[in-house]
Design a protein around this ligand. Structure first.
Ligand SMILES: [Fe+2]
Length: 201
């Protein structure tokens, strides 16, 4: 199976002013596309992996031949993480249901505390990487990963992810990663996050 660049759900300017159209264009059409191309080229000729979806591959990294493993971590992770990121964006915030809000409050104290802890994870991720809300053993947790490493490879289910690579925000926010993290909440579709939670539970 050749992996394909997924379509965005909205126009590239749909998340303005929080995420600008130019960033969306370069991020999706160039960066994500490159991950897809390099993933396909890493897996070329690997018969055993042709029918596998990206989740299955990333869950079982040890099955990969050693000489392509890191390329798949980087580019398969890049493909998977970005696919999730696009899927949870919305032109304006779609609020969480009372049920899901309560689950977040139970896990983190309040929605505000959750956002504070998530921001902390996003800011402490040195260099390139991601901040995540994941489900692990039935528990909601905040975590972060370097580069394109994906929580799915550590037995966690990603519910919400924020790309904190500079390519995700530098055009608009330059060095102001905290402002980008704050702005992100304006374009989160919590119904999508919640769907993932329902499936993962
Ligand atoms: Fe990215």
């Amino acid at each position: 199976m050749k992996f394909k660049l997924p379509e965005l759900r909205h126009e590239k300017d749909a998340y303005e002013p929080h995420i600008d159209a130019k960033t969306m264009e370069i991020h999706h059409d160039k960066h994500h596309n490159t991950y897809v191309e390099k993933l396909n080229s890493a897996l070329e000729g690997q018969e055993k992996f042709q029918d596998k979806d990206i989740q299955e591959i990333l869950k079982n990294l040890d099955d990969l031949p050693e000489d392509i493993r890191q390329a798949v971590v980087n580019n398969g992770g890049g493909h998977y993480n970005h696919t999730l990121f696009w899927a949870i964006l919305s032109p304006k915030e779609v609020k969480p249901s009372d049920d899901f809000k309560k689950a977040i409050e139970d896990a983190f104290g309040s929605m505000e505390k959750f956002k504070e802890q998530f921001k902390d994870a996003a800011l402490k991720q040195f260099g390139s990487g991601w901040a995540w809300l994941v489900l692990e053993n039935g528990q909601l947790k905040i975590t972060s990963t370097p580069n394109q490493n994906s929580p799915i490879s550590q037995g966690q289910v990603e519910l919400l992810g924020l790309d904190v690579w500079e390519h995700a925000y530098y055009l608009k926010y330059q060095n102001r990663r905290p402002d980008y993290v704050d702005a992100f909440w304006n374009v989160v579709d919590w119904s999508r996050v919640e769907q993932r939670w329902e499936q993962a539970k």
